[in-house]
Write a protein that binds this ligand. Structure first.
Ligand code: CP
Ligand code: NVA
Length: 309
């Protein structure tokens, strides 16, 4: 396969379509092995440090289990317990951790902090979510779409809601694999222009389209995949009331999904707020593949870990 040893995984934009395809294939192979109890201890003796500055259920558990299944060990590091919390620099933290660990996964607020960590670390750094993006999640999303639709290129994905980290990584991910993406958000909550423009370049060479609109019906019309995410992300709790009001017309409900293809699938990175961004009827309905999506976090992250560490 392709050699990705030693690389960081901060952003899907840093990976070629071929590399993303290879990681998805490795994830499928590892899923198959795990399901049929074939051992795959590719990371024997290796340790992954996992720094968390925000809450997590899926990311923490799937990365920990990923390391166990690969024959290595995870080390959970609450950011609040590190000297980082008392003013030790990111650079010195990176230099120190590089002497003990084989890789670092980090979930935090500022994407620039993760880039700083990667700059001074001698080992691969994996982004487990920042305010800017969430590449591991979108690898799982792509794997899930491929499993259910048998293809990626040529499909249409609709993202309805906040132009947040999930939206940014979807823009990059879809463009890389040749899926068209339509984003519907209130104007003040559109994804960052620079990210949209970068995704457009990739989409163009893959023959796919990137469309940003304020109209959820337009975005969902003819979609193979419908995606949403919370209206207030971690760190935005104080804006919650304001956001619930602004985003109300963007709820993914029966009326909206009626515009999608009859065999559309529904994705949500979770955690979900039923009755806000999505109604129970959709997320718990027959088109929803959110539990496969959550499971696939494990398999894609094993592929990323095996390839980079
Ligand atoms: N989707 C996701 O990253 O979930 P957690 O916040 O539970 O890790
Ligand atoms: N946009 C959400 C995703 C959680 C996995 C957040 O950042 O809180």
């Amino acid at each position: 396969g392709m050699n990705m040893k030693g690389r960081d995984f901060l952003n899907l934009q840093d990976y070629t379509p071929g590399e993303i395809g290879a990681l998805l294939e490795l994830a499928e192979e590892l899923k198959e092995k795990q399901k049929s109890n074939v051992p795959h201890p590719y990371l024997q003796g290796k340790t992954l440090g996992m720094i968390f500055q925000k809450s997590s259920t899926r990311t923490r558990v799937s990365f920990e289990v990923a390391m166990y299944q690969l024959g290595g060990r995870p080390l959970f590091l609450n950011a609040g317990d590190l000297q980082l919390n008392r003013g030790e620099s990111i650079a010195d933290t990176a230099r120190t951790l590089s002497r003990y660990l084989d890789g670092i996964m980090i979930r935090t607020y500022s994407h620039a902090d993760v880039e700083e960590l990667a700059k001074y670390a001698a080992i691969p750094v994996i982004n487990g979510l920042t305010d800017l993006n969430h590449p591991c999640q979108i690898m799982a999303d792509l794997m899930t779409v491929k499993e259910h639709k048998g293809q990626l290129a040529g499909l249409k994905l609709a993202y309805v809601g906040d132009g947040n980290n999930i939206c940014h990584s979807l823009l990059f991910g879809c463009a890389k694999v040749g899926m068209s993406i339509s984003v519907a958000s209130p104007k003040d909550y559109w994804p960052q222009e620079q990210i949209v423009n970068q995704a457009r370049q990739d989409a163009l060479s893959a023959g796919a389209a990137v469309r940003i609109t304020t109209d959820p019906v337009e975005a969902v019309s003819g979609a193979d995949v419908v995606v949403t995410d919370v209206w207030a992300s971690m760190g935005q709790e104080v804006e919650k009331a304001e956001r619930v009001a602004v985003f109300a017309p963007y709820q993914v409900n029966r009326k909206l999904v009626a515009h999608a293809k009859p065999d559309y699938i529904f994705l949500h990175c979770l955690p979900a707020h039923r009755g806000e961004e999505v109604v129970e009827e959709v997320i718990d309905g027959s088109h929803s593949v959110v539990w496969d999506e959550a499971e696939n976090r494990l398999h894609v992250q094993k592929a990323v870990l095996a390839a980079l560490l």
